[in-house]
Design a protein around this ligand. Structure first.
Ligand SMILES: [Zn+2]
Length: 701
């Protein structure tokens, strides 16, 4: 049995799609069981609390310290507005809701916003730009607020060149329709440019393009070198863990509410429609390449291993428009991504911004990017480029400066500070990357996880060390009493230290979990950064209600599976293999795919599954010959080798039972594994999660 789950896509409808391990309704007597501040009537959770006086004090300090009188972002956000989409709902093709702008209507009113950091509230309002905007009269337009990212239409000789195509076909189609209604003049899509390999910039391609448009050459699809490989590989190997961690960073199960999910720093959130991928037909391979796209001269600047492994900026001299992909944002971006990804290189990122500054900015009159709003005028463009250049360079250099003085990964977030001048620049605020988690990421990149204290080198697992702590602290009652005092005096991180030990030692202690949730909630409320807020609030949610169970919308993405190389798939099978089940078994399988001319030897030895391309083994126990086009169905779980053998699609030589042995050695990846102790309420392990669910939607901001 295969159950498809697509958590990233489950967004606005999440509340309806999930059942909860613990009841999400008011429980008799719940109020008496609470600690700390009073229950909040408008809160979505019966155990939810109001922000404490300490949390309010954090907001008051931020209101005083931050440059709220600098309203240029709002001016730029409003400039060129043409029209909203009349219907806030964009239906999904499978009968659900891909997008519902009305869920953020609460942000338009006067509050209460007493549980939202004022700076976070600011970016949430700036992400409320649901409509069509003019960037350059007659030639450059954007639809914003239809997805996490936005889409840009640039006038070509015969039609519109589309820069980035959102996450879902449904939202992209709606964006195109809104554009056509007001400014598109009925002209077709004449080219597509993918700025980089993250899914929020290519997943919606099927909303405006067919395979035939691309393969016939009628509509060139342009992308930076390495695009396809990176579009898939960033999300395969640790995909199940990444998808689970999205619950935290992206707050996927949190209701949209002043007390829950508010926004993502880069945009309102990820849409919940269907994702597809059409391969590029032209790759930009040089460091700088100039060529015409639909008759318009363009200069492409490859910026590999910056915000994404495969990314490029574009200078359009005829329109004096500089497209900075996702290298420039109205926020500090992630160096380390909380959901999990290799740590990025901020120095290289900074240098590519600097190159764009020196190469293009003297002529640029407007700068646009994959997220947020345009910047008009040379001085403004140069200021933003310089500031964004410096925030990444500073983070790299100063964190390493401290590291060279002995500051460790466990201290750096309490030591590193963004330079005061940049703290006053809104575009350097931590709406996506936070200075805290990014600083730890820089150390991770250069020095790794270890702080060089032997006590932390091979530590006991939390559940193994916690019982001794609890015993030495005098047991649960003493810890609860002390934690309540710490909580009530606003020392939430200290309360978390001891409550976490208690919860690790006593996963069934719901009073302890509730008190830890209360501390998490206040810490979450205090965050300017949505990823940090969502992580603490999601932790609180799971501690109170358990892990959600149930299926989400089926928004499968066979395009992504088809786009995996056979080697990537075989590598992934090596990860799915459970060495303990393999034991001492050993065999070789030849896999030949004639339609693409590939061959592999897959070898099991020492409980390890390896593969090598370009070889076949004469002593293999089994040789399989199958077209790669058919193999894709096995990869996606739509078919099995056994069924395809029966159907004559696979040529078999040797012992087919080897395949059954191998299948029996595979482990299963539970897409809802437990994170906080004692929160797993699921009745049965999920044995059937398909590879597709594991690969997910490949959004990796
Ligand atoms: Zn993006």
């Amino acid at each position: 049995m295969t159950t498809r789950r697509q958590f990233i896509g489950a967004l606005p409808a999440t509340g309806a799609a999930f059942a909860f391990g613990g009841a999400l309704v008011a429980e008799p007597g719940a109020a008496q069981a609470q600690t700390g501040p009073a229950l909040q009537p408008g809160h979505f959770h019966p155990k939810g609390k109001v922000p404490s006086d300490y949390t309010q004090a954090v907001y008051e300090a931020a209101t005083k310290d931050l440059p709220f009188d600098d309203t240029r972002d709002f001016d730029e956000f409003n400039k060129g507005f043409i029209a909203r989409r009349s219907d806030p709902v964009i239906p999904s093709d499978t009968g659900g809701v891909a997008w519902d702008d009305s869920q953020w209507a609460f942000l338009d009113g006067d509050g209460p916003f007493d549980a939202i950091h004022p700076s976070l509230l600011r970016i949430a309002k700036l992400n409320r730009n649901f409509g069509l905007y003019e960037v350059v009269p007659g030639t450059v337009y954007q639809v914003r607020g239809f997805d996490l990212a936005q889409t840009t239409f640039v006038r070509g000789k015969s039609g519109w060149i589309v820069f980035d195509v959102l996450v879902s076909a449904e939202t992209m189609r709606a964006a195109w329709e809104l554009f056509q209604e007001h400014r598109g003049e009925g002209l077709p899509v004449s080219a597509v440019v993918y700025s980089h390999n993250h899914g929020d910039h290519w997943g919606g391609i099927r909303g405006i393009l067919t395979d035939e448009d691309a393969t016939s050459g009628r509509v060139p699809v342009i992308a930076p070198v390495g695009f396809m490989e990176n579009a898939i590989s960033e999300n395969v190997f640790a995909g199940n863990a990444m998808n689970r961690r999205l619950f935290y960073q992206y707050g996927i199960l949190l209701p949209t509410s002043p007390y829950g999910y508010v926004t993502q720093g880069l945009g309102p959130r990820v849409s919940a429609g269907s994702t597809g991928l059409i391969a590029p037909t032209r790759l930009v391979t040089g460091a700088i390449e100039e060529f015409e796209v639909d008759g318009i001269p363009m200069v492409f600047q490859n910026t590999p291993n910056t915000e994404a492994p495969s990314e490029m900026n574009t200078w359009i001299p005829g329109y004096k428009t500089l497209w900075m992909a996702e290298n420039i944002n109205a926020t500090l971006h992630n160096i380390y991504t909380l959901r999990g990804a290799p740590v990025r290189d901020p120095l290289r990122w900074s240098k590519y911004i600097n190159e764009a500054l020196y190469r293009f900015s003297d002529e640029a009159e407007v700068m646009i990017a994959s997220h947020h709003w345009p910047r008009w005028g040379k001085e403004r463009i140069k200021d933003v480029l310089r500031g964004q250049r410096d925030i990444y360079a500073n983070m790299n250099n100063q964190v390493l400066h401290f590291a060279n003085q002995g500051v460790t990964i466990n201290q750096i977030h309490n030591v590193y500070e963004v330079p005061p001048g940049l703290q006053q620049m809104w575009y350097a605020r931590g709406y996506h990357g936070s200075p805290q988690h990014n600083a730890r990421g820089v150390i991770q990149r250069f020095l790794g996880f270890w702080d060089c204290n032997p006590a932390t080198l091979i530590p006991l697992s939390p559940a193994d060390s916690a019982p001794l702590y609890v015993e030495m602290m005098g047991g649960a009652a003493a810890i609860m009493a002390r934690a309540r005092t710490l909580h009530d005096e606003g020392s939430y991180l200290l309360a978390t230290e001891i409550l976490n030990k208690l919860v690790q030692a006593e996963p069934g202690n719901q009073d302890a979990k509730d008190m830890l949730a209360d501390a998490f909630e206040q810490i979450g409320y205090q965050q300017e950064n949505p990823g940090l807020r969502n992580s603490f609030l999601s932790g609180a949610f799971e501690l109170r209600s358990g892990i959600p169970i149930g299926d989400t919308a089926d928004t499968s993405s066979p395009d992504v599976i088809r786009s995996m190389t056979t080697e990537q798939w075989l590598n992934f099978l090596g990860i799915k293999l459970d060495s303990r089940k393999a034991g001492k078994a050993a065999f070789k399988i030849n896999l030949v795919t004639p339609d693409n001319g590939e061959s592999f030897v897959i070898e099991l030895a020492h409980g390890t599954l390896t593969n090598i391309q370009g070889h076949t083994a004469p002593d293999a126990q089994l040789s399989l010959t199958v077209n790669r086009s058919d193999l894709s169905n096995v990869m996606s779980g739509a078919d099995t080798f056994e069924a395809m053998v029966g159907a004559g699609k696979v040529t078999v030589e040797g012992d087919l039972s080897v395949l059954g042995q191998l299948a029996g050695m595979m482990g299963s990846f539970d897409p809802l594994f437990e994170i906080m102790p004692g929160t797993k309420a699921r009745a049965e392990a999920d044995e059937g999660a398909s590879l597709e669910a594991v690969v997910g939607k490949a959004v990796a901001e």
